[in-house]
Design a protein around this ligand. Structure first.
Ligand code: FAD
Ligand code: 5PR
Length: 367
């Protein structure tokens, strides 16, 4: 296994729990995650339950009363998402949850070990010159995947004009309430402004103490995409968020441009790619990590049941990839059109992946 992110840890855990001996190579000297907050939907929450990490995840996460969308501070919709499972949490909490599960399952984690490539016959190569043989090699090494690039799989990369800077800050609920008493500050609130200037704040409570805020602007807007953030600019457009924007301005932050990567195929012989290595996407539907964990799980199950691993991997991609393709397409479309600003974001094609249950053994039967 190459990569100890959300995809790699999930696949390693699911395989080890099925009796595989799993060695996970992570390039960084220690296992940790960057970034702020995250939203998980039914598809990944089912996987969390299946690897027995549910109680840990639930202990420090929440389901806000509604997903609210505003345009120029006027409410467009308040989606209560009835019947859809979803949780908000911090990325460090998700990472810790998965790391504990991996350790308990007996995964051998090798930190400070960089993978440089793999071959379809089941050889994995390391930066220190070593190599090893395996029945299954998984490239879960992120959007810059060395495993993927070593296989020369054709890929298409699509960039969007917008991007985002993310922060984890204290909730400051009482101060926000004092500024805008009628607002339900436990909601996710997607604050859009398109005219006269495209600036957006996605406000996502992650638990009682921590708030995830994501500040979006076009890459072409130098002040809007500046880090540390231009506090005067952001508070002039979002005065009701001043207390939390002040905290965000104290951290350096990093601006990420939206992009989508699509591969011609996800597997070659005994090698499979999952997560951002195979299917990086725009964050609009909050499904990047969700699809990573969903595909990690289904891959582990398919490989365990296989008589012939390369054939089983091809079959796995054929059956599972449509749920990721639709999330990538829809997220890219939302990023390109900014249609989320109209509200009612989570309907129809936008919730196909979110409501999928990858742990249901009967999921591909025709009803
Ligand atoms: P990564 O997290 O990138 O992990 C890859 C790992 O591999 C890293 O630890 C890296 O150090 C290691 N590695 C890299 N190269 C090598 C090598 N050569 N050898 C060994 N190890 C290596 N998703 C959601 O589901 N919900 C959200 O709300 C959400 N919000 C997002 C907001 C933003 C702004 C962005 C940019 C993304 C968001 N995502 C979200 C997407 C999500 O973060 C990613 O899709 C997810 O982290 C991908 O996980 P991964 O394990 O595939 O890759
Ligand atoms: N949803 C989430 C998110 O983090 C972002 C977006 C949507 C949870 C940005 O990071 O549309 O950009 C988005």
């Amino acid at each position: 296994m190459s990569g100890g992110g959300f995809a790699g840890l999930t696949a390693a855990t699911a395989l080890a729990q099925r009796g595989w001996s799993v060695r996970l190579h992570e390039r960084s000297p220690e296992l940790r995650t960057e970034g702020a907050g995250i939203v998980l939907w039914n598809n990944s929450l089912q996987v969390i339950d299946a690897i027995k990490a549910g109680p840990d995840l639930m202990s420090r996460s929440m389901t806000p009363p509604a997903y609210e969308t505003r345009m120029n501070n006027v409410i467009q919709s308040q989606e209560t998402l009835d019947g859809i499972r979803w949780r908000t949490l911090t990325r460090p909490h998700l990472f810790q949850t998965l790391l504990v599960a991996a350790r308990e399952a007996g995964v051998e984690v090798v930190a400070g070990s960089e993978v440089v490539g793999a071959s379809p016959d089941g050889t994995i190569r390391f930066a220190n010159g070593d190599s090893a043989e395996a029945d299954l090699i998984i490239g879960a090494d992120g959007v810059g995947s060395a495993v993927r690039d070593s296989l020369d799989i054709p890929l298409k990369r699509e960039r969007s004009r917008d991007g985002i800077t993310r922060f984890l800050v204290p909730r400051r609920k009482a101060e926000l309430q004092a500024l805008e008493p009628d607002t339900e500050w436990d909601n996710v609130i997607d604050f859009w402004n398109l005219d006269p200037r495209v600036l957006r704040v996605l406000y996502t409570p992650a638990n009682d103490e921590e708030l995830y805020i994501a500040l979006m602007s076009p890459a072409a807007d130098a002040d809007g995409s500046r880090v540390p953030i231009d506090l005067d600019l952001w508070t002039s457009v979002f005065p009701q968020l001043a207390p939390v924007l002040e905290d965000a301005a104290k951290t350096p932050g990093r601006y990420y441009g939206y992009q989508t990567t699509r591969l011609d195929h996800w597997t070659e012989g005994k090698v499979a790619l999952i997560g951002d290595a195979a299917h990086a996407m725009c964050p609009a539907l909050a499904q990047g990590a969700g699809c990573a964990m969903q595909n990690a799980w289904t891959l582990a199950v398919a490989a365990t049941e296989a008589d012939d691993i390369p054939a089983a991997l091809i079959d796995w991609e054929r059956l599972e990839r449509p749920y990721t393709d639709i999330a990538q397409d829809r997220s890219q479309w939302y990023a390109d059109t900014r249609e989320m600003a109209k509200g009612n974001q989570f309907q129809g094609d936008s919730v196909v992946t979110a409501t999928y249950n990858p742990t249901d053994p009967h999921r591909h039967e025709v009803h």
